[in-house]
Design a protein around this ligand. Sequence first.
Ligand SMILES: Cc1ncc(C[n+]2csc(CCOP(=O)(O)OP(=O)(O)O)c2C)c(N)n1
Ligand SMILES: [Mg+2]
Length: 413
Amino acid sequence: MTEREPDATSEPYTVPTAPFRPGDQPEFDAWPWTPADLERPDPATCESEDTREHAHGLVRVLGEDDLASGAWDPGLDADTLRRGLELMVLLRIFDDRMMKMQRTGKLSFYMRSLGEEAVAIAQVMALQEQDWIFPTYRQPGAQFVRGRDLVSMINHCIGNIEDNIKGRQMPVHYSYREGRYISVSSPVGTQFPQAVGVAMASAYRGLDEVTITWIGDGASAEGDYHYALTFASVYKPPVILNVVNNQWAISTHMNLATGGPNFASRGLPYGIPSIRVDGNDFLALYSVTKWARERAGAGAGPTHIEVLTYRAAGHSSSDDPTRYRPADEYSAWPGGDPIERLKAHLIAVGEWSAEQQEELESRIDDDVMAAYKEAVTHGDLASGPYPPASTIFTEVYEEMPWHLQEQREELGK
Ligand SMILES: Cc1ncc(C[n+]2csc(CCOP(=O)(O)OP(=O)(O)O)c2C)c(N)n1
Ligand SMILES: [Mg+2]
């Protein structure tokens, strides 16, 4: 067999690559879009064609001056903004603490949301309590909005006797029934068609419930993404479909997940209104999600959103991103840091100060540490107690099939 020479001119087809690799100087073009650029169409009557500019542009609210402006300014009061800031800081500090636990052998695995804290927090704050959440592992912050207890989250990550899902999932694959936060699945993409199905069920039952879901840039190259868009396009259920384009899918650059100009515009040929939004702009994200919620609530159907952001940390505790991208790539990202931007906005409008920020961080640090100490009293990774092995057979089937019964008996021997 003769081997093809890996010569660019003789490539049989296009193989995209990442713009920057370790050792390169990362440089992103400054974004040409400003908060004043895009209109806010009427959510109830908007058609996909009315969002062509939104899909190819970028909805922003916070300007370079840290002030809010434009048609998409949601006009939030200072208390709501401070709550958003607090929850984002909580997520960042929680992630740091959990990552330290992983590095010291107290967790088997962990995944951070660094740089993407606004995504689920702003978006779920824009929803209503009865709305359903179909997350990936990168949206744990949605649980904070719904009031989940930190100790319970840490119990899950450890997999101790108090883990609400009894050690059946990897850490960070939370499940939170009370918050309508559906179990994170390890096979990426499965939540997308499931979310559309649940939205169809809500509509069928005549309930005022909307479903929100997210998929990564990488996972959006899977069939599940297109199945979901087909069903959403045909049946027009109340669903908010987000593609979180954080530039990377582990070590694979987003260039390998679409040949199109962006992710948002892929919703247009499906006839679904589609918007690209600055994912590090809390106000813009809140506003676009609220708009999609209004559409869904008015019976106008689905919205497709590209959340443009950057995955600032490694993919997971098992990843070393310095192997495939410049270590300082995040510092060149035009979207900046979502926490710093909301903080700067609150300070600019006289509703926050550096001292308050410091107090907030130190209070949250104490809360997270206290939660961690409490969680390990229910069992740690090294010595348990863990959920009993027999629980691998329970709570899956209402009536256990004979072959599982046999296996269970064998385990008992
Ligand atoms: C079906 C499937 N294929 C591959 C994997 C391994 N895997 C886990 S996460 C991931 C990358 C996902 O990247 P992206 O969708 O961009 O989400 P992000 O991690 O950036 O949030 C891969 C390939 C998996 N879990 N499931
Ligand atoms: Mg990604």
